[in-house]
Design a binder for this molecule. Structure first.
Ligand SMILES: [Zn+2]
Length: 177
């Protein structure tokens, strides 16, 4: 297991060739620094995710179970209240040799003579898929409600033409969607 940190590169790599047959557990922490490598815009989601990779090696086959569990910080699209969004995924992967470009959701392909598996791209994509497209916690969770005070204040702000600000304009766009 290695969390490599050079200039702008954090990678999640497992060197597997010397591992004995059987199952092996590897753990990595995924944070903003990792996710930001894939984006030109800064992300403000406060990623705090643990990646657990169980690599199972048999005679000529390699399989991985990738579990991602943690939280990101988001802001309710409706009332702007900060909210912690849970992330939890589990996926099963076959690891084969060949042309890495033919990798898919279920098969991770590494180069013929590669002695390591790089899970970085896979972890990044899995987290991206788990992110909510639109975040309105009160519509998703029974026990969470939008902040009524904030909603009221936003509405007042929008109707007060003299107080028009860039912030209000942004909110207006949000409400018109
Ligand atoms: Zn809300």
């Amino acid at each position: 297991m290695r969390k490599k940190e050079s200039l702008h590169k954090i990678e999640y790599i497992i060197e597997y060739t010397d591992l004995p047959a059987g199952s092996h557990l590897f753990e990595f922490s995924v944070d903003n620094a990792f996710m930001q490598q894939y984006h030109s815009d800064p992300l403000e989601n406060n990623f705090n995710i643990q990646a657990e990779i169980t690599l199972t090696k048999h005679n000529h086959s390699l399989q991985a179970v990738v579990k991602l569990k943690g939280t990101i910080s988001v802001i309710c699209d409706k009332c702007l209240v900060p909210y912690v969004y849970p992330i939890e995924t589990e996926s099963h992967l076959l690891i084969e040799k060949g042309n890495p470009e033919n990798s898919s959701d279920e098969i991770l392909i590494i180069e013929e003579n590669d002695n390591k598996i790089n899970f970085s791209q896979y972890i990044y994509e899995s987290i991206s898929l788990a992110l909510p497209y639109r975040i309105v916690p009160c519509e998703v969770f029974d026990n969470i409600e939008c902040d009524q005070e904030v909603l009221k204040k936003i509405k007042e702000d929008l109707s007060d033409k003299n107080k028009s600000s860039i912030f209000a304009e942004l909110l207006k766009n949000k409400f018109q969607q």
